[in-house]
Design a protein around this ligand. Structure first.
Ligand code: ATP
Ligand code: MG
Length: 255
C-alpha cells in the first residue's frame, strides 16, 4: 500500500482509513461498512477528531457498568474488528467477557473470517457461529445471536451498532453500551450509555477506565454508574457540536 507521509495533516484519519480498507480487502468489512465509516468520519471532523469531556464521562460510566455486570458480552462487526482488534481482546480479558461476532450483512464466511482474524491476534472462545437463537421482533440478520452470548447477557457492548438491534436489546431488558460518533442516531438514543467518540479512541480509553476502576468497591462503581445520565450526556455532545460549528462560522457572539 502507498506510503502516507507522517506530516500529512490528515495522517491519523488516513491511517484509520487504511485499516478499514485492509479489512475490506480481507473480506472482513463490507462495502456498506466503508460508507458507515464515512458517516462517522464526517462527525469526527466536526468534533476535531478528539475525545471531548462528555465522552470521557460516558466511558467511565460504561466501565463501571461493565464491571458491575454478571455476564457482559462484546458484540463485534467487520469495522470494529478491523479498527481495534487488540483493544477488543484486551477488554474481553480485563472483563472476562465473551466476544461475539454479530453482523448486519451476515454470511457464514464473513463470520468465520472475522473469528479467525481475531483468533490470530489472541482472542479465545469467540461466539457467533453456532447455537444461535433469534432476538424477538427483529427482522435484520443481526437477530441471530448466540444463546450463551448476547442472548443471555445482562450488558452488551455494541461498538458501531445498528439502531434497530440496540432498541430490541433494550426491550429485552439488557444494558446497552454503544460507541457511536453520531449523537443523533437511534443507537445513541436507545442505548443505556452512549460514548460519542471514534471507536479508535473510545476502546483504548474504555480499557484504561476498566483497569482503573477494577480495584474500586462495588458501592463506588454503583455511584459512578447512577450519577450518569445518558440523555443529558447526548444533549451536551449536540450542544458541543453546535458551539464548535458556531465558532468556526464566526457566529459565536450572536448566540
Ligand atoms: P442508527 O441505525 O443507529 O439510526 P445509522 O443508520 O445512521 O444509525 P448505521 O449505518 O446503522 O448508522 O451505523 C453506522 C454508525 O456508526 C453511524 O452512526 C456512524 O456515525 C457510526 N460510526 C462509523 N464509524 C465510526 C467510528 N470509527 N467510531 C464511532 N462511530 C462510528
Ligand atoms: Mg442504521
Amino acid at each position: 500500500m502507498e506510503e502516507i507521509p507522517q506530516d500529512h495533516p490528515r495522517y491519523v484519519s488516513l491511517m484509520i482509513r487504511r485499516k478499514i480498507v485492509e479489512g475490506f480487502e480481507a473480506g472482513i468489512v463490507v462495502p456498506q461498512g466503508l460508507l458507515a465509516h464515512g458517516r462517522g468520519e464526517a462527525i469526527d471532523y466536526i468534533l476535531g477528531e478528539t475525545t471531548h469531556p462528555p465522552a470521557l464521562e460516558a466511558t467511565r460510566a460504561a466501565a463501571a457498568l461493565l464491571l458491575l455486570s454478571k455476564h457482559p458480552v462484546i458484540s463485534v462487526n467487520g469495522n470494529t474488528s478491523s479498527l481495534v482488534p487488540h483493544e477488543i481482546i484486551r477488554l474481553s480479558k480485563l472483563l472476562k467477557a465473551r466476544i461475539e461476532v454479530n453482523l448486519f450483512h451476515r454470511t457464514p464466511e464473513r463470520v468465520k473470517r472475522i473469528k479467525e482474524f481475531l483468533e490470530k491476534m489472541g482472542a479465545e472462545d469467540i461466539l457467533g457461529d453456532s447455537d444461535l437463537v433469534e432476538i424477538p421482533g427483529l427482522s435484520s440478520q443481526r437477530r441471530f445471536v448466540a444463546r450463551e452470548g448476547i442472548y443471555s447477557a445482562d450488558t452488551v457492548l455494541v461498538p458501531l451498532e445498528d439502531g434497530d438491534r440496540a432498541e430490541k436489546l433494550v426491550a429485552m431488558k439488557k444494558n446497552v453500551v454503544a460507541i457511536d460518533l453520531n449523537p443523533l442516531s437511534r443507537t445513541s438514543k436507545a442505548a443505556t450509555i452512549s460514548i460519542v467518540d471514534n471507536v479508535v479512541r473510545a476502546m483504548p480509553n474504555l480499557c484504561r477506565a476498566v483497569e482503573e476502576l477494577k480495584v474500586k468497591p462495588t458501592s463506588e462503581l454503583e455511584r459512578i454508574y447512577h450519577l450518569f445520565n445518558n440523555e443529558e450526556n447526548l444533549r451536551r455532545m449536540i450542544e458541543l457540536i453546535f458551539r464548535r460549528l458556531s465558532r468556526l462560522a464566526g457566529l459565536e457572539e450572536q448566540i
